[in-house]
Design a protein around this ligand. Structure first.
Ligand code: HEC
Ligand code: HEC
Ligand code: HEC
Ligand code: HEC
Length: 165
């Protein structure tokens, strides 16, 4: 008798769980916080007017500011698939919402710019305050790209400003 009832109870629980999930999804997209679009990438040029010192020094000294040309240099010896893998580190926001897609569609994001460290700047451009952009960076923010195989002598404190401005 119990054996016959059990599957029905399980089924009921499952139906409830599914209904709950549907409701939860609706609520979160209606509140506008969870469902909100993530900030989009705007490119380093867009930071220039308000942060001219960081911009000028970045463009003049950081290899990141020319990192797309490193791919170009090796392009002929690589397949399209291999080149796609370079984009993750040598461009801005590749594979993320509002990030680099291609040279034709998103030329302003072709190098790895300010936003690879400070995060997408779309919101910050509108609101212009410290809360809308990532500061207080740590080694973790670098290790996404400066992965262990690539690190030759990469130390935290003395180098955290290296490659920036
Ligand atoms: C229209 C002006 C404006 C533009 C454009 C702008 N910013 Fe800012 N930014 C500000 C202001 C204002 C602050 C706050 C300064 C303060 O609080 O002392 C700020 C602060 C910052 C900070 C410090 C955050 C912290 O935690 O202290 C960073 C980093 C930053 N901006 C990066 C960027 C980047 C990267 C871009 C381009 C994607 C950019 N900004 C574009 C106005 C701007
Ligand atoms: C999105 C990937 C990415 C992130 C995140 C990143 N880097 Fe880089 N970095 C690169 C690439 C790519 C190069 C090499 C560019 C080239 O030569 O083509 C580079 C080069 C450098 C260099 C070489 C010297 C120079 O002048 O550019 C230093 C130093 C450096 N990065 C420091 C840092 C630090 C410190 C952080 C974290 C705060 C960081 N990077 C975060 C991708 C990244
Ligand atoms: C995981 C992140 C990552 C990927 C993927 C990546 N790179 Fe890099 N690349 C870097 C970093 C970081 C540096 C800076 C020097 C270092 O750490 O070795 C760099 C340096 C370089 C340099 C040397 C630039 C110089 O001035 O000496 C070249 C060239 C280069 N990458 C080309 C490529 C190509 C081509 C691809 C794709 C096949 C690629 N990279 C994929 C992160 C990456
Ligand atoms: C390689 C990573 C990296 C890149 C790329 C980078 N920054 Fe920074 N930025 C830092 C670090 C590290 C700090 C020090 C403060 C902190 O810990 O966040 C900083 C601080 C700042 C500040 C706060 C004021 C200051 O100097 O302490 C501003 C504004 C800023 N960056 C703007 C920019 C702009 C604009 C660009 C592009 C032109 C840029 N950054 C590119 C790593 C980076």
């Amino acid at each position: 008798m119990n054996g016959a009832r059990l599957p029905a109870a399980v089924l009921n629980t499952l139906i409830l769980a599914v209904l709950f999930l549907i409701a939860a999804t609706r609520v979160s997209s209606a509140t506008g916080t969870e469902g909100r679009e993530p900030p989009t990438y705007v490119g380093s040029e867009a930071c220039k007017t308000c942060h001219p010192e960081e911009y000028d020094s970045f463009v003049a000294y950081a290899k990141k500011a020319k990192s797309f040309s490193s791919i170009e240099r090796l392009r002929r010896s690589l397949s399209e698939e291999e080149i796609g893998k370079c984009y993750a580190c040598h461009t801005t926001g590749y594979g993320k919402p509002g990030g680099f897609v291609s040279l034709e569609q998103t030329p302003h994001l072709k190098d790895s710019g300010c936003e690879v460290c400070h995060g997408p700047g779309g919101d910050h451009l509108e609101k212009q305050d410290a809360a809308t952009i990532k500061g207080g960076l740590t080694k973790k923010d670098c290790e996404v790209c400066h992965i262990s195989e690539r690190v030759r002598a990469f130390r935290y404190k003395p180098l955290i400003h290296g490659g920036a401005h």
